[in-house]
Design a protein around this ligand. Structure first.
Ligand code: F6P
Length: 553
């Protein structure tokens, strides 16, 4: 039976606090000189400043009490140990095992998890080395220059985000592309300029049943064979031999990989205890491993491990994922926040908010508890964001002066990847000045008096006042290395875990995506011309399909 958090004494206490809660960040920073240092923490290489949040010692104390009452620590121990905490799918949740040291031990249901993880990693690394060294060649003997990952959701967002984030580490002469959408434009655009002789496809799908991925995989096979044939490269060569040189797969369902026609020797596995959105550090990261190489991929894994260790062992009062997860609970359930902005001040992290959307929203967008009982409190805030400074010139207006409470995570690195100068200006410093300025402006605002002193005409003074007290967390790291990227991902994985634990939900299933898939299948005949299927559709859907049929003709 999952605990309804609203029945705890701590929830009641937080409700009472929230009822009369006010805070003036200007005042608290003036009165509490130690606040910034007291609320700044380290986890791995990450420096996390929570001081510009709408919290007091009393709030933190009550949130930690809540974590204690609902049993977050026990639940965490169960996850790390491989208990089946994904109850609706009756599965363990062991993404943390993907990055454990080879010398560790973990056996679950008779499976030597650590040995299996490392055996599969070794296969991925061997394959990556072959592609990188040119030992792996296409059917005409040419070395691979382009790797196209075909997958969707967790089989796309993680590898794509990480590839973009770690572009400076990608081997010269190699490029990865990512095809996910079943909109044919996606695969068209990503293959139109490629040479099939030097292109390798990775079909990444945990289940190997996903419509989008299998459709794109078939399109890719047709593209490959048609182009090779047209170039005369298939004379005397069996199609399957060409496919074997240009297709590999990543899946938990290796039997289905074989059915598709991919040689199981060219397939990398993982396990049902790795959720799709938690799988970038499994074989699902094969495209990344090819791009950056085994050593860098190992560094990436070491970053996850550093945060896992911190999450598992740091005291509650210094435990960064625990505190940040609880902070989100405070904002969502007690101060009424509905969304959460993630604002990386690192262009290479431009896909990080999109990645986090699946991680957080597919995990925690639930309205029943793990035991099936209905929930009467909010869960799963809406995650969104864009890299700074682009966001500043788009939606920050609403964060600064709008009426909604939007907690923001600002992420930046100290060392620039490209240290460029504009005259006397170090451009990275100009960039970071914006990062620091934004969190300051949000927290401390600009008062009416300050606006008036600037000589502002009276009638526009209100429009130029910044209320302040807009909460933000600043996350800084020395540089955007593979290790730091692993740390950032693990940090958000565990924040998501903490929120799910407090809400008493199963953060590891995703039944909410099923109905749409089922209906798409049912509607396909109506779109293709089946009149009875069209007549069976509801009036709105029928009219939309009729519009389509009329215009497509
Ligand atoms: O969107 C639902 C989902 O099951 C995700 O959880 C998953 O990451 C994605 O589809 C892709 O699934 P698969 O890797 O099995 O193709």
């Amino acid at each position: 039976m999952s605990i309804d958090p609203t029945t705890t004494a701590a929830w009641q206490r937080l409700n009472d606090i929230a009822e009369t809660f006010t805070i003036d960040l200007r005042e608290v920073f003036e009165n509490e000189p130690a606040r910034a240092s007291a609320l700044s923490f380290e986890a791995g290489d990450l420096y996390v400043d929570m001081s510009k949040n709408l919290i007091t010692d009393e709030v933190i104390d009550a949130l930690l009490e809540l974590a204690g009452e609902v049993g977050v620590a026990d639940y965490r121990a169960k996850m790390f140990a491989g208990d089946k905490i994904n109850v609706t799918e009756d599965r363990a949740v062991l993404h943390t095992a993907l990055r454990r040291e080879e010398s560790d031990e973990l056996t679950v249901d008779g499976q030597d998890v650590i040995a299996d993880v490392h055996a599969e990693l070794a296969k991925v690394y061997e394959f990556a080395d072959k592609v990188r060294s040119g030992e792996w060649v296409g059917i005409t003997g040419k070395r691979i220059t382009h790797v196209v990952n075909i997958g969707i959701g967790g089989s796309d967002l993680g590898p794509k985000m990480a590839y973009e984030a770690l572009k400076p580490y990608v081997q010269d002469g190699l490029q990865c592309r990512f095809v996910s959408n079943i909109d044919p434009s996606d695969i068209y655009e990503n293959t139109v300029d490629l040479d099939p002789e030097t292109t390798l496809f990775i079909i990444a799908s945990k289940t190997f049943t996903t419509l989008e991925t299998l459709t794109n995989a078939r399109l890719a096979r047709t593209w490959l064979l048609d182009k090779l044939r047209a170039a005369g490269a298939l004379d005397g060569v069996a199609d399957n031999d060409a496919v074997a040189k240009h297709f590999v797969a990543v899946s938990t369902a290796l039997d289905k990989v074989a059915d598709f026609g991919i040689d199981p020797d060219n397939a990398f596995g993982f396990w049902d205890w790795v959720g799709g959105r938690y799988s970038v550090d499994s074989a699902i990261g094969t495209a990344l491993a090819v791009a950056i190489g085994a050593d860098r991929f190992e560094e990436f894994l070491s970053g996850f491990r550093a945060i896992d260790e911190h999450f598992a062992t740091a005291e509650a009062k210094d435990n960064v994922p625990l505190l940040l997860g609880l902070l989100n609970i405070w904002y969502v359930n007690f101060l009424g926040a509905e969304s959460h902005a993630v604002l990386p001040y690192a262009q290479y992290l431009h896909r990080f908010p999109a990645y986090l959307q699946q991680l957080t929203m597919e995990s925690n967008g639930k309205s029943v508890r793990a035991d099936g009982s209905y929930i009467e409190y909010d869960t799963g805030e809406i995650f969104w964001g864009e890299p700074g400074t682009n966001g500043q010139h788009a939606f920050y207006q609403l964060i600064h002066q709008g009426t909604r409470l939007i907690p923001c995570d600002f992420i930046a690195v100290a060392k620039p990847t490209h240290a460029l100068e504009d005259g006397d200006n170090d451009v990275h410093e100009l960039f970071l000045a914006n990062f620091f300025a934004q969190t300051k402006a949000l927290a401390f605002g600009k008062t009416e008096e300050e606006v008036i002193v600037e000589g502002t005409p009276e009638h526009i003074v209100p429009a130029r006042v910044f209320e302040g007290n807009k909460p933000s967390t600043s996350i800084m790291a020395p540089e955007l290395s593979p290790k730091v990227l692993g740390e950032l991902i693990a940090l958000y994985e565990h924040i998501t875990f903490v929120q799910g634990a407090v809400w008493g939900i199963d953060s590891f299933d995703q039944w909410g995506v099923e109905l749409g898939k089922q209906l798409a299948k049912e509607l396909t005949p109506a779109i293709a011309g089946d009149e009875q299927a069209l007549a069976d559709a509801d009036a709105s859907t029928r009219a939309l399909i009729e519009y389509y049929r009329g215009k497509r003709a």
